[in-house]
Design a protein. Structure first.
Length: 64
C-alpha cells in the first residue's frame, strides 16, 4: 500500500512540474501573440493612412 502512495506522489509531483512548464510556455506564446497583434494594428494604420513607417517610399535609393 505504501508503494502505491509513493508512486502516486511521484506522479503528482511530475504532473505539477509539467503543468508549471506548460504555463511558462503559454505565457511566452501569449506575450508573442500580443506583440504581433500590436504590430499588425500598426501596419493596418500605416496602410490606412498611406504613410510608410519604414523608410521613405518616395526617397531615391542611396546609389542615385
Amino acid at each position: 500500500m505504501e508503494d502505491r502512495i509513493v508512486e502516486l506522489e511521484v506522479r503528482v509531483a511530475y504532473q505539477d512540474k509539467i503543468i508549471a512548464d506548460l504555463d511558462d510556455v503559454l505565457r511566452v506564446f501569449t506575450a508573442r501573440i500580443e506583440q504581433l497583434q500590436r504590430e499588425v494594428a500598426e501596419l493596418k494604420r500605416t496602410v490606412k493612412d498611406g504613410t510608410p513607417s519604414i523608410g521613405g517610399a518616395n526617397e531615391k535609393p542611396p546609389h542615385y
